[in-house]
Write a protein that binds this ligand. Structure first.
Ligand code: GLN
Length: 307
């Protein structure tokens, strides 16, 4: 079978997109994110055989926000293993990423590790397991991605602290139920730092290619996590990566993926590639409108998805 010309497919997708109106709004509830140019559009696809295809603002660094929750889950699984699932579920929530409602009647056990409540519990696990949580998590992110220059962005983290009332509410409610073991401020400091990381589409496609390659990062040849856990992380991305729009993403795109309110989406085609798309205008579920359209067009035009 001849190799797919993703560059030609990108060009076709861009031509089709020109006809679509600009819809959606940048996230403003984190003040720093409101300053982003809403019209940016970048994409970068890296294959497991190290071929690269890019378009537009693929080298522009942006706040990856909840995409980073894939790393915290990966590291928690390495430390706590299956016991992680005593503290957080593996079911789609069907609710917004920052919803409080479900958490109360489910006794402080978040539905999954990608809604904010679940990611906060995962950060609590890391605070318990790691000697120097912020440094050790960053070290894992740098080595697993093969990108030693990755840093937390203090300006964005600080901006989130100032307006993070819902996250404080989630953490305190879970503490009330006994599902946060450490100091809330300390756990949220790790959570906000994690969400503050800025990367380009090109870097993101490299960083999460291990999920398309049985847990091995092809750029470094490092086994980041076992194939069995790679399967589990991909399944959770498939079912929970887009909050109350996870069904829509599976239906339209058919790949495991993870979004962030910075406007990024990472999607993985196991055995083939990892792609990152960046476009800051979000829909009501906090997912990038255009990035979803690009990915839907990609799997439609190639006629290849996991289904
Ligand atoms: N840091 C953001 C928050 O806590 C992450 C949300 C997201 O990207 N969906 O609200």
């Amino acid at each position: 079978m001849s190799a797919i010309d993703y560059q030609a497919i990108f060009n076709e997708i861009i031509n089709d997109l020109d006809e679509i109106d600009e819809v959606g709004e940048v996230a403003t509830y984190i003040p720093e994110l409101a300053n982003v140019d809403p019209n940016k559009l970048g994409m970068h696809l890296t294959t497991v055989t190290n071929q690269h295809f890019a378009y537009g603002d693929a080298d522009e660094a942006f706040s990856i926000q909840s995409i980073a929750k894939v790393w915290s889950l990966t590291l928690a699984l390495k430390h706590l293993g299956a016991d992680t699932w005593q503290r957080v579920g593996v079911e789609p929530s069907g609710t917004a990423f920052n919803s409080l409602v479900q958490l109360e009647y489910e006794m402080g056990i978040p539905r999954n590790p990608f809604i904010n409540a679940g990611a906060i519990v995962v950060c609590d696990i890391l605070v318990s397991c790691l000697k120097n949580p912020k440094e050790d998590l960053l070290d894992f992110i740098r080595t697993s991605s093969g990108i030693p220059s990755i840093e937390y962005c203090p300006v964005i983290a600080e901006s989130e602290v100032k307006t993070g009332h819902r996250n404080y509410a989630l953490a305190h409610m879970m503490k009330g139920f006994g599902n946060i073991h450490n100091d809330v401020d300390c756990v949220l400091d790790l959570y906000f730092s994690l969400c503050s990381i800025k990367l380009t589409c090109k870097q993101l496609a490299q960083a999460f290619l291990f999920l398309g390659a049985g847990g091995v990062n092809p750029a470094t040849q490092q086994q980041v996590i076992t194939p069995k856990r790679t399967k589990r992380i991909n399944s959770i991305m498939q079912m929970c990566g887009f909050y109350d729009e996870a069904g829509e993403f599976a239906f339209k795109v058919g790949l495991p993926g993870k979004s962030g309110v910075g406007g990024g989406i990472v999607a993985v085609h196991p055995g083939k590639y990892c792609i990152a798309v960046f476009s800051p205008r979000l829909n009501a579920s906090g997912n990038s409108v255009k990035a979803m359209k690009v990915l839907e067009a990609l799997t439609s035009k190639t006629e290849l998805s996991i289904f």
